[in-house]
Each structure stands twice: as C-alpha cells, then as structure tokens.
Design a protein around this ligand. Structure first.
Ligand SMILES: [Zn+2]
Length: 245
C-alpha cells in the first residue's frame, strides 16, 4: 500500500459509523478527493480536529485501490478559525468550496485554483477583506482560471476600443455604448477599473485595491451571475449566503 504525503484543505466532513468521518479534501497533488478517516472521532491524537472543515493540513494518505485514499495522519497548519465565529463568512466559504468543486471536478489537481481558494479565505479571515469583495474577486479569478476569462480589451460585439461602459453576461465581456443590450450591466468608471484590476492583477495582489460599496455591489452581482452562467449551475450555498448577508 503506497503512502502519499501532500497538503490539503478540508472542504467538508461528515460522520459515519461509531467513530469515522468521510472527508472531502482539496489536495495539492491529487485534486479534490474523498477519503475516510477511520477512528477520527475516537482518537486522542490530532486526527479529529484536523478533519474539521476548512482546516489546511499536512496529510499522509494511503491509496488502497486506484483513486481511493484514506487518511493515515494529519497535522493542521492553518485552521481558519474566524470562519467558525462568523456565519456570513462561513456561508461564503462553503459557496467558494462548492464553486471550486463544480469548476474542476474530482481527482483533477489544480494548484492555481487551490491557491486562489486559500488566498481568498485568508484575506477574508485575517486581512479585513469583506465577504462581498472576497466573493467577487474569487468568482472572477476562478472563472478566468478555468477558461472563462471575460473579454475586457474591446467590445465583445463590434470590437470597438471606445466607450466600453457595459458588461454583458451572454456576450462574455464588455460592450460599447452602441452595442449595449437591455440586460447589460452599466460599469463605466470605478466598476470597470476594479474589474480590469481584478482580472489582470498578479495572483499575490488580487485584494490590493479599494472600492466603494456601490462598485462592490455592482461587481458582486455581475460576477455571481457570470460564473453561474459559465458553469451552467446554480448553487444553494450562494442562495443561503445571499439570504444572510
Ligand atoms: Zn460595440
């Protein structure tokens, strides 16, 4: 039985049997996997706490058969504890996790998506980034990473470089004033600047910008509709987050 050392973020965990947990983990090397942790609730060692949702852990996994793993040992490196103290942040984190799972599927390693998810949780927990800002940045960057980067350099309909004042979900990018449609978002000014920053910033600087509440509100509405349309999926966790915020 081969053992694998990797790092992973616990996305969800549910108890089963007397002392076991089935855990969904976003690992750096294997992508998103499901793995049982036998005795996780009964042991004195750290396996119990390290199978808590949104723990970032060092893991020792064993592969029993192809693509089937179990947790042999784990050590928490970052617990993201502020999530457990704020129900809105926790709801946002669950939605981010659902988006990642839908966007890349299982057993599909993607270190950039993992890094984006970790950076977003960190910004929300420790850097004072609001849930709404975290959400719009995460949605837009995730869309870009999985092949749905919106076109922002020129009008998506006529190619014009001028009067780019609108964003259209169906056209997957910005539109000029002449090509705007009734459903297009007006994003002239600050929202357009913020959109361009978010899409083009270095991955370590995606949260290094400021916007006012109105801009955040416009972009957050736009970004959630955009990614749900591209993934052709609706998320109950998003509905729940929107009820709470
Ligand atoms: Zn146009």
């Amino acid at each position: 039985m081969e053992s694998i050392k990797t790092n992973g973020l616990i996305l969800s965990a549910r108890n089963y049997g007397e002392a076991n947990r089935m855990v969904s983990i976003f690992t750096a090397d294997l992508g998103i996997i499901s793995a049982p942790s036998f005795g996780a609730r009964g042991r004195k060692k750290s396996l119990g706490s390290s199978t808590r949702e949104f723990s970032w852990c060092e893991l020792i996994l064993s592969e029993s058969t192809k693509d089937r793993f179990r947790i042999e040992d784990s050590l928490v490196r970052e617990g993201f504890f502020p999530l457990s103290e704020d129900i809105v942040k926790l709801a946002a984190a669950v939605y981010f996790s659902d988006l990642a799972q839908n966007a890349i599927g299982v057993n599909n390693p993607d270190k950039e998506v993992l890094s984006l998810l970790l950076n977003t949780l960190y910004a929300m927990c420790y850097n004072g980034v609001s849930c709404e800002t975290a959400k719009m940045v995460y949605e837009l960057r995730l869309a870009s990473l999985v092949g749905y980067r919106p076109a922002t350099d020129a009008c998506a309909v006529c190619g014009s470089l001028e009067n780019l004042e609108y964003f259209d979900i169906d056209c997957q990018g910005v539109l000029c004033a002449n090509c705007r449609r009734p459903a297009s978002f007006k994003i002239a000014g600050a929202p357009m600047e913020a959109l361009n920053y978010i899409l083009s910033a270095d991955s370590k600087k995606i949260f290094s910008f400021c916007t006012d509440k109105k801009t955040t509100s416009i972009l957050s509405d736009l970004s959630e509709k955009y990614i749900c349309r591209q993934l052709e999926h609706s998320f109950r966790s998003l509905d729940y987050y929107n009820k709470l915020r």
